[in-house]
Design a protein around this ligand. Sequence first.
Ligand SMILES: [Zn+2]
Length: 377
Amino acid sequence: MITEKKGRITKLLFLSILLSFINITLFADIQVEFRNSKEKAYIKTVKIDNIEYFAVGELQKVFKAKHIAEDRLENKLSVSIYNETISILLNSSYASFKGVSHNFQYDCFYRNNTWYLPIHFLKNTLPTLFPSKIRFNTNNTISADSVTDNRIKVIVLDPGHGGKDPGATGKISKEKDITLDMAFILKNKLEKELDGVQVLLTRSKDEFVSLQNRTKFANNQQAHLFISIHCNAALSKSIKGIETFFLSTANTTESRAVEALENSVVMDYEGGQEAVKNYDDLQMILADMHQSEQLEESSNLALRIQSSLMEKSSTIDRGVKQAGFYVLRGAFMPSVLVELGFITNVDEEKKLLNKDYQNKLADSIVEGVKSFKQKYD
Ligand SMILES: [Zn+2]
């Protein structure tokens, strides 16, 4: 009796081990073909409980994902492909990308020291996130853009204000005119100094462009950097100096004041309270995991530009600050806002209108961008 039971248990044990082997078997690999290249890659897939999965590390191998970082504290896995970050909520079937959630059907899970994602992520999610770059074909292959080049190649300059919105006004000039002049000078210098870099402007004449459309433009152009150019204003005519901002919720009263000034365009020229509400919905983007990762690069870019500006301008260093500018909120690339000086200070207004001084400021910004580019390229 006892030996027979033992035998049955052994058989059952053997059977269940066999079954578990059958449950996790290797499945057909997915071939990835790169456009404009003979290069090919394969994504290994495994079938678990009849659902096909792949290890997240395959993305690193195939798409040269810049980094795959697991953050247990925030319960997410970040994967950077084509310079964009996808945040995957651990143990769920959700990914967040540019503030939008995407469902990939089956929960991702952790096994044998790696995270597994369902193949739905390759077939549907990636082609949805990168419609112009990744396509899943009917013959179970993927066509994708080559992914080797991570360099900064497109920079969007944003001359503040314009058209019906003059920005701050000085004794003899308007902010909107100085910012446009500066943008043109800066564009020429950047394109001359940085090989192969294309510089685009959110406006190239005296016209009104809503704050939302400025960042939308940068996103559509898939810009790698966004630099918004402004002049400052203060009630006290003695106040002067340069300051550079990067995005966050404003953390000091002073930053809030500049933030209010630059954001007032929404109240004044973009449809008042209703428009403000729309922009505040953009706060959700701020909360999105994606943008927080750009904060570090934005603050680094701001630091480099500000310190470079201080070397040549001999005005007061008002430092690098954080503020919640609407114009920076929707941008999905490192973004900064530079306040080149106070138009309300008679001396500084004169300097801001001086061609030599404008060139000096532009040279400094180029230096800042150059050193940033050297670090991150
Ligand atoms: Zn401004």
